[in-house]
Design a protein around this ligand. Structure first.
Ligand SMILES: [Zn+2]
Length: 353
């Protein structure tokens, strides 16, 4: 009987939704939470073990299964759990995979099952309200010591600021959301909750390194930054697609910051896949409606061709409205004479590999 029950559980693993860990997507999970009804990998089962009030785990292959537990797993499973516990995950919220750090995976699991943030959207306020302030440990520039600093994130102002003293009126730094990215770098920072924030200042990349002792706090900061960036991109730029002659069109997210057109595979990617400098008409830059006849332009009625002294960049928008908005934005840039410092930026782009 015990053998049959184990075989029945093993058979459940063959169902499509159960072929990957319910929490991190790792293939061939062979552990299960028999109180939540999900199949999970060994690594995630260790995290579930720390929240016994919500989740109780068993090995599919090694442990004994009771009849009621087998039935519960059969009537639930990963697809059902996803529909329940992930029904309201915000689009900006970072869903970790098995290659992500322990902190991100643990907080994702706790957010889903313990705090039930994605079934109760009112619990998402810490990262979706558009404003957040609090203290973080920030590594000092000179001696590498971590000091407590007040941080303020305002979506309305489009900025993240920090203050050297709590009563300081002027922030020590103002980082603009549009140039800001955050990634967890526990090894580099030497703390399991270490977060690297990258931003642009005077055309060069700067980093700050922060952490919070509480895992939920720092992951909330991380998702609040993603939310701010997501909303900024949503408001500032419509979606568009790029193309090159050999690979055809791939969907990419574009942002334009003055004369730099950047494209991303995903709006929240930390680094641009590519950048195009758009100079002025006098220096050989032109923007044309449509695509060259040599391309399969008929598939892409809302095309744009950007001609630079070196090459052509072909873009296609999904709608005519988007195409018009982009062409107008590009033309404004091209029509404006270049400033002396912009020649330096152009030269920098030309020397990029
Ligand atoms: Zn997993």
């Amino acid at each position: 009987m015990a053998k049959e029950r184990r075989r029945a559980v093993l058979e459940l693993l063959q169902r499509p939704g159960n072929a990957r860990c319910a929490d991190c997507g790792a293939p061939d999970p062979d552990w299960a939470s028999y109180t939540l009804g999900v199949f999970i990998c060994l690594s995630c089962s260790g995290i579930h073990r720390n929240i016994p009030q919500v989740s109780k785990v068993k090995s599919v292959r090694l442990d004994a299964w009771e009849e009621a537990q087998v039935e519960f797993m059969a009537s639930h499973g990963n697809d059902v759990a996803r529909d329940t516990y992930e029904s309201k995950v915000p689009p900006f919220y970072y869903r970790p995979t098995f290659s992500d750090c322990q902190l991100l995976r643990e907080q994702w699991i706790r957010a889903k099952y313990e705090r039930q943030e994605f079934t109760h959207p009112d619990k998402q306020e810490p990262y979706s309200a558009g404003y957040r302030e609090g203290f973080l440990w920030k590594r000092g520039r000179d001696n590498g010591q971590f000091l407590s600093r007040k941080f303020v994130l305002t979506e309305r102002e489009g900025s993240l600021k920090y203050f050297n003293r709590n009563d300081a009126k002027e922030p020590k730094a103002i980082m603009k959301i549009e140039h800001l990215n955050a990634t967890f770098q526990p090894a580099k920072i030497g703390h399991p909750h270490g977060l690297q924030v990258t931003y642009l200042k005077d055309n060069s990349t700067r980093n700050i390194f922060v952490y919070h002792e509480d895992g939920k706090e720092i992951v909330d900061w991380f998702n609040a930054l993603r939310a701010a960036r997501f909303h900024y991109l949503q408001v500032a730029f419509p979606g568009a697609s790029d193309a090159d002659q050999t690979e055809g069109f791939r969907k990419r997210w574009f942002t334009m910051d003055d004369r730099r057109l950047m494209y991303f595979k995903d709006p929240l990617d930390a680094f641009a896949r590519g950048e195009v400098f758009i100079g002025s008409r006098e220096s050989g830059y032109t923007v044309l409606d449509g695509l060259p006849p040599s391309t399969q332009g008929h598939h892409w009625p809302h095309g744009i061709t950007i001609v630079t002294p070196e090459r052509r960049f072909l873009l296609a928008c999904e709608t005519e409205t988007e195409q018009r908005a982009w062409v107008e934005a590009f033309r404004k840039v091209v029509d404006r004479p270049m400033l002396p410092q912009e020649y330096a930026v152009e030269a920098h782009f030309k020397h990029k590999p």
